[in-house]
Design a protein around this ligand. Sequence first.
Ligand code: FAD
Length: 1023
Amino acid sequence: MTTSPAATFEGVLPSRLTPADRGQIERRVQEIGRGLLERALTAEPTAASSEWWVQQAAEWATQDDDLKVRLFRLVDCMPMLDDPAALDRHVREYVDDDVIARLPRSLRLAFQAARSGFLAPLAARAIRAATLAQARRFIAGGNPAEAAQAALAQRRHHRGFTLDLLGEAVTSEAEADAYAAAYTDLLRELPRIAAGWSADPLVDDGPTGPLPRVNVSLKLSALDSQFDAIDPHGTTDRVLERLRPIWRLARANGAQVHVDMESHVTKDLALAIFRAIAMEDEFRDWPHCGIVVQCYLREALRDLESLAQWARHRGTPVWIRLVKGAYWDYETVHARAAGWPVPVWQEKWRTDACFEAATTFLLEHADTLRPALGSHNLRSLAHGMAVAEHLGVDRRAVEMQMLHGMGDPEKDAVTAAGWRLRIYMPYGQLVPGMAYLVRRLLENSSNDSFLRAGFVKHVPPATLLAPPRPAAAVVAPAAPAAADDGGFANEPLADFALESSRRAFAEAIDRAAADFARGPVEVPVVIDGRRSASAGRFSRHDPSDLRRHVAEVSAASPADAVRAVDLCRSATPAWAAAGWHRRADILDRAAEIMRRRRWELAAIEVFEVGKPWREADADVAEAIDFCRYYAASARLLAAPCRVDVPGEENATAWLPRGTSVVIAPWNFPLAILAGMTTAALVAGNPVVMKPAEQSSLVALRLHEILLEAGVPPAALAFLPGRGEEVGPSLVSHPDTALVAFTGSRAVGLAINADAARASAAAGSRVVKRVIAEMGGKNAIVVDDDADLDEAVVAVVHSAFGFQGQKCSACSRVIVLDRVHDAFVGRLAAAVHSLRVGPAVEPGTRVGPLVDQEARDRVRSFIEIGLRSARPLAAVEVGPLADRGWFVGPHVFGDVDPDGPLGQEEIFGPVLAVLRARDFAHAIDLANGTAYALTAGVFSRSPSHLELAARQLAAGNVYLNRGITGALVHRQPFGGYRMSGIGSKTGGPDSLQQFLLRRTVTENTLRRGFAPAAPHDAGVATRG
Ligand SMILES: Cc1cc2nc3c(=O)[nH]c(=O)nc-3n(C[C@H](O)[C@H](O)[C@H](O)COP(=O)(O)OP(=O)(O)OC[C@H]3O[C@@H](n4cnc5c(N)ncnc54)[C@H](O)[C@@H]3O)c2cc1C
């Protein structure tokens, strides 16, 4: 039995079609489809046409996944390789002997030549030229004049066009302005030229009059450098400011504007912005605008239905370009990595069926939603044509759309059948053009591609035209490999593209603000479950707004410290005896409570330490991860390790070390404190928690949660207070067995020294174990072939996320000479575009520093930068300086690698740029500090990536991504040299640091006999 699309999607959207109608339509689909196919197939592409090349390249690549990755990666970096030596190196690295052996003959010869002998440079250049030429085939020119020529050429084939300006990722307001200006220029010039073109009824006649001859497509994310679904209002305002003049001009000059659709996280925001502008008084009666709906999205039909309701209310139709979607691989991988539901269908037939259901819906509402069917799948288009015919929809109210440079034979078939066809024509520069080419290659090399099936694999027409249905044997998409992790999976970060997440967080923030307005929260000392207020107190104010009094904290005294350790010592036997599984269960319960109170905890962080929304949410998620990961790790350690031989049994088990003091920082106020505390606790050690002064309130909440989850009050003391007052008493107490510390290098080294001294003191009975995570002076290297779009975004995020107050933050960027100026120009503009503001505002990218001391320290480094280096970006904070501890982001160039900006940890939004002669020099510079915490590199050279992986001195090395945001289990975190003792948190051996090993050996031989040893039953002993 076959499953028809109707059976799958029928009922999801209302439809007038009966089963009999659907039967008739399907018969017509087959007739129309065969007609289209016959015509298209008789004009098979030749080697001269672009799609032939792409189809062949894709075809070779589909044979072999590794080959595909290498070739596509080489293609991607080609435009950057204008230096012959770099080109030669990349060709050699991507296409080694093994790859050459797998290439088709034609390519094999070219690459062999490129790798050997005196012909090598010539051949490499020829390969580059051929690749760039192929990329150009998909691009309708490098500038508006060339694009206009290409557009006119389409009209000669009786096809319409829509022009799309290819652009690099917009990372600054200047780039957003340039993008908007390019559209303005186009809309000023092209309509004037188009007015002189002769009329073409097939292209120009619309249902209610002539259609605009000029049609442009644009991406909303390119109109705002801070485009982010977390801040829909701010983003919408900024986008509209640039979009309005474009629409105004288009309307005035008789052009049409269409909004493209990008990744799923921006989809709802793009739809909302489109609706907002289309409802504005000046545009509400304008029919020449439209937006894309991607049918590979599970939400496509729901979105369409809501668009139909909205358009009815608007009273003027809009165009809907229905496509299947261009980012399937990205959406799938990204959602899986984030632990979010995958938003795209996972079986191709569902995408096709969804497209058909959406087509039917559009055609049934063609008076409000004008259908534009964007596809190279002739079955999908034939279905649209058949439904339109059946419903009697005016052909002028419908159009088919295809991409420039692809499927040319199909295009003639569509126009010959009497349907309007519009060609989507990207124009612009080659660097962004390569990303477009790679998307097309990916699409064409998919086993499910219609173009590949029809024009390369020569699948029979009956199969090509069959209605979407499950394949006989559906191959399930490969699930991510299961790791040996005891069932652990990271807690997904909040998806702020969801309105529900934004609302929940905003409400939690409102509740917290209302609480603080009633008065500060009292944070007591808690020993053995008893809360006490101490004489020494201090106040905590919101660093974004010093008028808000968040907490009144009782500062523990040295006497409290001694009392807490004494009590923990007496609690040790019972807590150790509680057993691994009970302790692990408690951690799991704590994780559950945190999950339940997730928004509340994150909101406290916003007010207490000035964490912007996303950072605060990530901190709570990481705290949950630590609880769950250490619970899972503990269960794995529960069973002793046995090595038994006949006559002897050996059991090695883990023992708690004893009272542990946890001294935590404020920058990950929940996660780091929770990580160190839960690791110590689950190992059976009672803990004295000493949170940072600046984050005592969220720490108190953690203490409450752990007690609620089942930690006995005697096994967990809570000692807020000043480190310098209680720290020494805690560390040097003779019963403190372990100190787990995260913080500055100076304090970490002092603790280490104090612990060593106390261990050596008379009467000491333990060598204190110190686990110390200290600072970093982390670098990102930007190679001369790096993807600068990605490098700029990652450096900005790594350097200025949470105001640079992360030990993993990027504080040096080392840029190769050849790309130095281009990179630095974009970096400076991107930094100037960051939004500095109070942490409560969702659009804030850079909030306040944590306190006055931090602000003054960072200011002193800025002074040094102004004296000794070249300021590249210096963001002023204006009146915010009077409200809180704000310091704007700063970037300095020409920094002395050995001076303070090049060597000292700043812990604030200050970034040093260093220039490197070559890659080896860059690695030397990166390694040239006392620290070794995190480091990263952006490069597209396999050998450079390999070198960086081997030689970068850092506990965490990141290739082609930002260097912050390590996840528990995936990236166990911690450094060496002056960054720490070399231990890692959130990794497979983290718990062991909180434990001792003890082996019990028993001689089981008694008077010549012994019990049979496991695995060795029946072995007799000699008597
Ligand atoms: C005029 C025009 C404008 C466009 N604008 C946009 C745009 O704004 N945004 C955008 O994202 N794309 C856009 N596209 C690109 C378009 O999405 C792709 O070219 C298109 O999806 C290819 O589909 P097809 O119907 O031509 O081919 P087919 O070969 O029939 O279908 C390919 C589609 O199936 C999907 N698919 C492949 N494997 C699976 C699977 N296992 N499970 C589920 N689905 C699968 C692919 O992702 C792809 O979407 C546009 C295309 C055109 C023609």
